[in-house]
Design a protein around this ligand. Structure first.
Ligand code: GLU
Length: 548
């Protein structure tokens, strides 16, 4: 067979050569040890936590080493593509602060190693396809769907491994006449790799996460180009990661089964093999057992979920670090205020079996992160969230920024800042009573008569002075307590609860409910200071009226 002739026949339009491409995309001029890596997601419209885990791993490896991180859009599977998905992808990654040095952006490609969208690279793949054909390492296959289905059925009936290999590779050694006849008839074809591997052969391979792997050679003649001339993932991976000068491939471990083929392909193309970082799946506890997070069952897999709930990006980032590197939490304890990027990330610390995702833990981390922020920052992030997810609340917040900031400043700073909220969504129920429109009527504990409640509130109003400091203010609450026969002695109350109608805590709650509509609120003294004398009094008077 004259392979050269076949190559010309299949790819007459290709005039570029691998050499010209090598020149066009030169080896990057980077310091020794610099990692060049990428995120290469497919635009399916669904960006998930796994993408972020991969993205942060890649980002840390690149930037910690003085290397390069780029974004490549793997849009070869047109069937799976959803309109607008590329924008969703780029915007979501941007929201999570993944800094790409080059690649696909909203405004097109940025960087010298593009195009960074695979469908725009068809001509490049064809250069290498032609080369492989001309060297006898790839060939056209004209099998119909039906033929492939029949082959599979036969393999299954024989209890053989299914696939296009060995004696089943029906177009592997067909004559030029056969090929020409099919082409003349205008029949569609795919380009297949001519595998010389044998499943009898095994060798060792090092993965940066999985450690030493035993690889069994691939003997399947996998598809390189589909009938529309668009490459499969495998072929695009080899060509793109070579020409973009990727040193490390960070990807999900669902690609491990095809790794033997990838290794083979790099060799056939005479490309230097990159290092591989295969990341295990994200798991969660389901009852007593672990399972993979699933798109269908777990809304928390989608990154949009965290945005809509209002988890600050810092919190998600910080949490993902805790699941990626087991020593991150110790480091954080020792360096509570250090920027997260100071942490020395290592892919070797990733759990090869996958990471366990724990929503409750994320919530804790998020509470801590929010507690560390100053009120101005909380305000800015809350407004940004509310503008998208609760515009009415956003309007209230922005109508009086200083007022909102003073509310958000409650309990902030100091050695033990309060950890009231984990998400921006939780901010509204936490602080809404400061806005008259959101104030709810209190539901007092039925064990207290209306008269007692009215007395407590009236007595408070008689004494209330906005100039009081919190000590004096609380002394007054205690006075009211004693006057009403309630006790300030919690110990005595515990010992003999029937001896008193209630305690100072009950009196405080009555006042709290009158002012905030709730049994729980931030520090009541401070709440009154922020509301001011008139509004506090007005609220208490309104409640008294409603009880009469
Ligand atoms: N498009 C592939 C995916 O989304 C990329 C895998 C890789 O990073 O090479 O799984």
């Amino acid at each position: 067979m004259n392979y050269q002739l076949l190559a010309e026949l299949l790819f007459p339009q290709v005039t570029d050569t691998p050499e010209t491409l090598e020149e066009k995309y030169p080896i990057r001029n980077l310091p020794e040890g610099a990692v060049v890596t990428r995120m290469a997601p497919s635009p399916t419209g669904f960006v998930h936590l796994g993408n972020l885990v991969q993205g942060l791993t890649a980002e840390r490896m690149a930037h910690q080493s003085g290397g390069v991180l780029f974004l490549r859009v793997e849009d070869t599977d047109a069937k799976r593509e959803v309109p607008g998905a590329v924008e969703v992808l780029i915007n979501t990654l941007k929201h999570y602060g993944i800094q790409f040095d080059e690649g696909a952006t909203i405004d097109g490609d940025a960087g010298l190693y593009g195009p960074y969208r695979q469908r725009q690279r068809a001509a490049i793949y064809h250069v290498y396809a032609k080369k492989l054909v001309s060297e006898g390492m790839a060939y056209p296959c004209f099998c119909t769907e039906q033929e492939l289905a029949d082959m599979r059925a036969q393999q299954e009936a024989n209890k053989e491994t299914t696939g296009y290999y060995g004696k089943y590779a029906m177009w592997r050694d067909r004559s030029m006449e056969d090929i020409q006849a099919q082409l003349d008839a205008g029949n569609p074809w795919v380009l297949r790799f001519r595998s010389t591997g044998s499943i009898e052969n095994q060798y060792k391979f090092d993965d940066l996460v999985k450690g030493k792997l035993t690889i069994t050679e691939n003997d399947v003649d996998h598809v390189l180009l589909k009938s529309d001339g668009i490459p499969t993932y495998h072929f695009a991976h080899a060509v793109d990661d070579h020409l973009m000068r990727t040193t490390h491939v960070v990807r999900g471990d669902e690609w491990l089964p095809t790794l033997p083929f990838h290794i083979q392909l790099f060799k056939a193309l005479n490309f230097k093999l990159p290092k591989y970082v295969h990341i295990g799946p994200l798991m969660k506890m389901d009852g007593a057992s672990k399972r993979k997070l699933s798109k269908r069952k777990d809304p928390e897999l989608a990154l949009t979920f965290y945005k809509a709930e209002g988890f600050p990006v810092e919190a998600v980032y910080e949490y993902v670090m805790t699941i990626l590197n087991s020593n991150f939490e110790d480091w954080r304890r020792a360096n509570p205020t250090a920027p997260v990027d100071d942490f020395k990330f290592s892919p070797k610390k990733l759990n090869p079996a996958g990471s366990l995702f724990d929503y409750a833990k994320l919530t804790d981390v998020s509470k801590n992160e929010i507690a560390k922020m100053d009120a101005q920052k909380v305000y800015a992030l809350l407004v940004e969230w509310a503008q998208e997810f609760d515009p009415e609340f956003a309007e209230k917040l922005t109508a009086a920024p200083e007022y909102a900031v003073s509310i958000l400043a409650i309990g902030r700073g100091g050695k033990k800042p309060r950890k009231d909220i984990a998400t921006w969504k939780e901010a509204k129920p936490y602080m809404d009573f400061f806005y008259d429109e959101y104030l709810q009527a209190p539901a007092f504990d039925e064990k207290f008569s209306k008269d007692v409640i009215i007395s407590a509130l009236e007595k408070f109003l008689e004494r209330f002075d906005i100039q009081d400091d919190s000590g004096v203010w609380f002394e007054k609450v205690k006075e009211i307590t004693t006057e009403l026969g309630f006790t300030t002695d919690m110990k005595a109350y515990k010992q003999d609860p029937d001896a008193f109608p209630g305690t100072v805590a009950d009196i405080s709650t009555m006042i709290r409910q009158a002012v905030t509509g709730k049994t729980n609120s931030p520090d009541l003294y401070t709440v009154m200071q922020i509301l001011g004398y008139d509004r506090t009094v007005q609220r208490i008077q309104n409640v008294i009226m409603s009880l009469k």
